[in-house]
Write a protein that binds this ligand. Structure first.
Ligand code: ZN
Ligand code: FE
Length: 255
């Protein structure tokens, strides 16, 4: 079995991602940020669209749901918690649910915080996860509907995925995230080196994603709230992890 993954820019800073099972010839779109780039990419590849896997109800993730459904008669899967806000949803899923995409198992991980309905999709057989606006390269999503403690719990769930899991995110925010990250952990040499790599990639017009769990654990300040250096800098040496996380999130909001 083999999975082809195609990531491409949509809107101003969203990613579209198509996954294609070469054995069954099935294709899924992770979210539906924008109609035209998605149908262009499908046409380039010669793929039809069977499924949309929706991560959360925000407009920049569901805008093309109905137009794609009309064009391809595809099935729309999305979080039970957001069903009323997700156009054209056919099937709801919840934490721990599993289903098949082609020959691959898909596991649903609820990750509330950015929105209450936010979920991620993990394909253990392919070693990949689609986390949308929960975890970003060197960052995490803004906490719009949940609480920082809820978001921290969701990030911890993602941190239990195998270190070599490839992570696809909803947005190309990495360069701005890197500028903030180095203010939180300036003496993390791997982070500093990564920030330089990111600048080079962006200067060349290249995406900085996907990433991996291992790379985020080593460089993403939002996942490193237990690091003594970060705690010292924030003067939160003995605070619970969720409180350190909340402080970093607050600083990023005001950065
Ligand atoms: Zn969002
Ligand atoms: Fe988004």
């Amino acid at each position: 079995m083999a999975l082809t993954i195609d990531q491409f820019p949509c809107r101003s800073d969203n990613f579209g991602v198509l996954i294609h099972d070469t054995e069954t010839n099935q294709t899924a779109s992770i979210d539906a940020p924008e109609f035209q780039p998605i149908i262009d990419r499908l046409a380039d590849r010669g793929w039809s669209l069977d499924t949309i896997l929706v991560t959360h109800h925000h407009a920049d993730h569901v805008e093309a749901n109905l137009t794609l459904k009309t064009a391809y008669d595809c099935t729309i899967v999305g979080p039970a918690g957001g069903a009323r806000q997700i156009p054209g949803i056919d099937r709801t899923v919840d934490d721990g649910d599993t289903f098949n995409f082609g020959t691959f198992e898909v596991r649903v991980i609820t990750t509330p915080g950015h929105t209450l309905d936010h979920i991620g999709y993990y394909l253990p057989g392919a070693g990949i996860a689609f986390v949308a606006d929960t975890l970003f390269a060197l960052g995490c999503g803004r906490v719009f509907e949940g609480t920082p403690a809820m978001m921290w719990e969701s990030l911890q769930k993602l941190m239990t995925l195998p270190d070599d899991t490839t992570i696809y995110c909803g947005h190309e925010y990495t360069q701005a995230n890197a500028r903030f990250a180095v203010t939180i952990e300036p003496d993390n040499l791997q982070l500093v080196a990564r920030a330089e790599d990111i600048d080079a990639l962006r200067a060349a017009g290249k995406p900085t994603l996907p990433t991996t769990i291992a790379l985020e654990k080593a460089t993403n300040p939002f996942l490193r709230v237990d690091q003594p250096g970060i705690r010292r800098r924030l003067r939160l040496e003995d605070a619970p992890a969720a409180e350190v996380f909340a402080e970093i999130r607050k600083r990023k909001d005001n950065f």
